[in-house]
Design a protein. Structure first.
Length: 141
């Protein structure tokens, strides 16, 4: 089985404890996400109709979480595409390296939390889809 192909097993469920005071969720590196967390960032106030990401990362793994609102994530391994709708606070989408990702259809109140396995490195990106396809030997154009 090719571990870089989008599969539902990439949806990670984090513990959630609910009582009359609300809900608490948490996650731990190497336990709830399959990597050591070296960077955290978040996207918010994305204007209607705008797309974010549109790139693949060469070595960085990420986990995307909708901590408010909702949005869609399109994953593409060069052969297969799958879109995930993120809207649950205790569900994360694991995105391994060498997977093209596009974030779109943000609700007005959406906040996307991103956990990353690497510090920011501008040389870790494929921002041209055709170059990404060549790198993975994909069949899509």
């Amino acid at each position: 089985m090719d571990e870089t192909r989008p599969k539902d097993k990439w949806l990670l469920e984090f513990p959630a404890f609910t009582d009359s005071r609300g809900t608490l969720s948490f996650l731990e590196a190497n336990q709830h996400v399959p990597f050591e967390i070296r960077r955290i960032f978040y996207l918010y106030d994305v204007p209607a109709g705008q797309k974010r990401a549109a790139h693949a990362l060469i070595k960085c793994h990420q986990c995307l979480i909708a901590i408010a609102g909702n949005f869609d994530v399109l994953l593409d391994d060069g052969t297969t595409r799958k879109t995930y709708h993120l809207h649950q606070r205790n569900i994360g989408l694991y995105v391994p390296a060498m997977i093209w990702r596009e974030l779109l259809n943000f609700s007005k109140d959406a906040v996307c939390l991103v956990l990353a396995s690497e510090a920011f490195d501008p040389d870790d990106y494929y921002e041209d889809y055709a170059n990404f396809i060549k790198a993975v030997g994909g069949t899509r154009v």
